[in-house]
Design a protein around this ligand. Structure first.
Ligand code: 2AM
Ligand code: CA
Length: 261
């Protein structure tokens, strides 16, 4: 496992250098996917191609689930699976040139083994898993405090908040405040480091894979909004939090469903 950890760290650092070079060149192409706010750039594709090539060289048998280039569906999770988001927070990448991440999750026989989230512009790598614990760069991370909903900041997607979906506005009201970074990786880093108590958003598997592995290693709760295991099949409502905040938020979700039925 140590060999694989070192390999993946090297790939991520090389991918990040590639991203920084592309920012400096300032000639990336930007296309839309499913609407004017759903962007993909030539850099997302270059980074994904680079990571796919490294994975194929390292383990030709491994399967890959990744956001771009028609690799976004996988039904067979047997063996080793790499789940990749080449750039998480593409809108931030394009508009802010910061606040985006590169993420890789490694699964073996359907079980989360290793997660990596790299905040590229801050040179901040979170990595780890159940067997080895979680690290920030080379520093071992301790399990964050079990913050209750009222004692911390909740990460939330803006549309859920606006529509008060699943009592999202009440979750926000009961917390210390809401944060919306536009980057799932940053929200998940916040939770892993104990700077957030929960995160709820509509996410795809490559948005939540790496973070879920590290959160579970730290004893945090991770599921879909109804408390069921995540499906790794398209976008779904993701919910994660400290045990206390998660429990309170799940109760608010259930309450909203009773009120609406
Ligand atoms: P992405 O940049 O890799 O697409 C923004 O709220 C966060 O949610 C980002 O991490 C973004 O990841 C993710 N996300 C997933 N699907 C999205 C969508 N259809 N529109 C906007 N953000 C999406
Ligand atoms: Ca992406």
């Amino acid at each position: 496992m140590q060999i694989m950890i070192n390999e993946i760290k090297n790939w991520i650092k090389e991918a990040a250098d590639l991203v920084k070079e592309e920012i400096a060149k300032n000639d990336m192409t930007i296309d839309t996917k499913e609407g004017r706010k759903d962007l993909v750039t030539s850099v997302d594709k270059k980074v994904q191609d680079f990571l796919v090539e490294q994975i194929n060289n390292f383990d030709p048998e491994a399967k890959i689930l990744a956001e771009e280039d028609g690799r976004d569906r996988l039904t067979d999770f047997s063996g080793r699976v790499f789940v990749i988001d080449p750039i998480d927070g593409t809108l931030n990448f394009v508009l802010e040139k910061e606040n985006f991440c590169i993420m890789i999750g490694v699964y073996e026989e359907g079980k989360g083994k290793l997660g990596f989230i790299y905040n590229v512009m801050q040179d901040h790598l979170l990595w780890g898993g159940r067997e080895i614990g979680v690290f920030i760069n080379e520093e071992n991370l301790t399990v964050p405090k079990d913050l209750s909903l009222k004692d911390g900041l909740v990460g939330m997607n803006s549309s859920m908040y606006r529509k008060n979906a699943y009592n999202a506005q009440i979750m926000a009201e009961r917390s210390m405040g809401v944060r919306m970074s536009g980057c799932a990786g940053l929200e998940l880093i916040g939770l892993i480091e104990g700077e957030r108590n929960a995160y709820v958003s509509s996410l795809a598997p490559w948005d939540y894979a790496a973070g879920s592995i590290m959160l579970e290693a730290l004893g945090m709760e991770v599921s879909d909004i109804n408390g069921n295991p995540l499906k790794f099949a398209g976008r779904e409502l993701f919910m994660a939090g400290t045990p206390s905040a998660y429990k309170e938020m799940r109760a608010l979700v259930e309450q909203s469903e009773t009120e609406n039925s």
